[in-house]
Write a protein that binds this ligand. Structure first.
Ligand SMILES: [Mn+2]
Length: 242
């Protein structure tokens, strides 16, 4: 066995026990580890030199879920309905994404991660789906549990995600209240929900570049198909590691 590809993520910030904690949900680390990768978090905004050091070791970029992105990142005023924005995290992730695109490094975006991808490439978000867009499906199900299968998505059979999952319709968990408004140029929508919301994106002509609006890391123990997504990501990251 060769060396484990290094998968970089940005930390979340939590206020716990009277202090700011920089953290990552362990489910991501478990999924990366099971798939054969090694997870490493970036805790603060790197300068140009620090960024090139990260670039040297980054085999894959995992953009994780979390609180809302500040709408100023896509030229809008941040809504009062947006939760716990973290400008430093937004900047770290947008920087890492730019490097990953330039260097053809494998990217997997989950929930907020899919949203960062869309913004990084020039798209916009609905800042609150329920009030701004549609009430047809409940996309925000945090009170029902993180593995609660909330709605179905239909997957484009020509997508890379389809080639990994090998199913064109399935149920997903749904723990978000924001979503893609204007899809950025260059991205293709690979999955949509019944209400028409884009739930997965891909960047063609890249080593590996997939974003999903649901949380596969919460579903791997009940449904092994979701570990396959992480395995495909780590395999692609292995190709750039050396
Ligand atoms: Mn959803």
């Amino acid at each position: 066995m060769g060396k484990s590809p290094i998968i970089i993520s940005a930390r979340e910030k939590w206020f716990v026990k009277n202090r700011n904690i920089l953290a990552i949900n362990e489910r991501y680390v478990e999924a990366i580890t099971k798939a054969g990768g090694f997870s490493l978090s970036v805790n603060n905004l790197p300068n140009a030199e620090e960024l090139s050091s990260i670039e040297e070791i980054m085999d894959g970029l995992l953009l994780t879920g979390g609180d809302d992105i500040n709408a100023t990142c896509y030229g809008e005023t941040c809504s009062t309905l947006a939760n716990n924005t973290d400008n430093e995290r937004d900047k770290i992730e947008l920087l890492l994404l730019k490097v990953a695109i330039e260097k053809n490094i494998a990217v997997l975006g989950i929930c907020r991660g899919l949203q960062i991808i869309n913004i990084g490439l020039g798209g916009t978000l609905h800042q609150d789906l329920y009030s701004e867009w549609s009430q047809k499906i409940q996309h925000n199900n945090s009170e029902k549990g993180r593995d609660y299968l909330a709605h179905s998505v239909e997957l484009d059979r020509t997508s890379k995600l389809f080639s990994i999952i090998d199913k064109d319709e399935f149920l997903v968990n749904s723990l978000h209240h924001q979503g893609i408004e204007q899809l950025s140029e260059g991205l293709i929508a690979s999955a949509v929900a019944e209400d028409g919301l884009i739930e997965a994106v891909e960047l063609p002509n890249h080593n590996f570049f997939i974003g999903v609006q649901w949380h596969p890391e919460e579903l791997t123990s009940n449904n092994p198909q979701w570990l396959k997504l992480f395995e495909a990501f780590i395999t692609a990251a292995s190709k750039t590691s050396g």
